[in-house]
Design a protein around this ligand. Structure first.
Ligand code: CMP
Length: 216
């Protein structure tokens, strides 16, 4: 629980209290925690693994809004405004979450202003990120969108080792393309081009960015 930045300011005793009011749940790959438009009464903290948050268009196409991993939290919106879930949530691999039900979540917010501030900071961060994404979709060309999406994933999920950033992310090409807002064929063209220039190497669920080459 110490990895969860939202709970940074809590003492060991307070963390134990959080563990007592929360429910641990282990989920296998592909488990849907909830669907968009469902009523929602649970706040989630990711302890390990990863989960995609996505919406679907009327024609059934998926758009991934974000991938959350260890230390991240989600599902606060339906609790805060009492409206249905704004997105669906599905595990990308074996995942361990902590579930906190509505009343316990509200009590935590009331008792610890640092947690409330953390939630507000996270909401602010997402709004900024969404604004940037709208700009990117409006003004950037396809290739730059793919590159920016890789950099976003590197910032959120990458591990730096010297000049390299290793991104472990169990997303397939369709999902990566939806996230960047490009077609699958554009995505594979750009990935291949980046690979041929030595900027990127990729294998199953694993991307390796070369920062030195990226700057050129
Ligand atoms: P809720 O609407 O309860 O359920 C879906 C959750 O996905 C939502 O709460 C947020 O926690 C999260 N979410 C929704 N939109 C975004 C976004 N644009 N970026 C990151 N997370 C989001």
């Amino acid at each position: 629980l110490r990895k969860v930045s939202l709970f940074d300011s809590l003492t060991d005793e307070q963390l134990e209290h959080v563990l007592r009011i929360a429910q641990r749940r282990s989920l296998s790959t592909g488990t849907v925690l909830f669907h968009e438009k469902d009523p929602g009464s649970i706040f989630y903290v990711v302890l390990s693994g990863s989960i995609k948050l996505y919406t679907r268009s009327a024609s059934g196409e998926e758009k991934i809004l974000s991938v959350v991993a260890a230390g991240d939290s989600f599902g606060e919106l339906a609790l805060l405004d009492g409206r249905p879930r704004s997105a669906s949530a599905q595990t990308l691999e074996t995942t361990l979450v902590l579930e906190i039900v509505n009343d316990a979540f509200m009590n935590l917010l009331e008792a610890h202003f640092d947690i409330t501030r953390g939630i507000l900071a996270e909401l602010s961060r997402r709004l900024r990120q969404t604004n940037e994404h709208v700009n990117d979709l409006t003004f950037l060309d396809d290739r730059t969108r793919v590159l920016k999406n890789l950099i976003l994933l590197a910032n959120q999920h990458g591990k730096r080792d010297g000049m390299f950033i290793y991104i472990h992310i169990p997303l397939n090409y369709d999902e990566l393309a939806q996230m960047a807002g490009v077609s699958k064929s554009v995505l594979s063209d750009v990935l291949r081009e980046l690979e041929s220039r030595g900027v990127l190497q990729f294998g199953l669920n694993e991307y390796k960015l070369n920062l030195a080459k990226l700057r050129n």
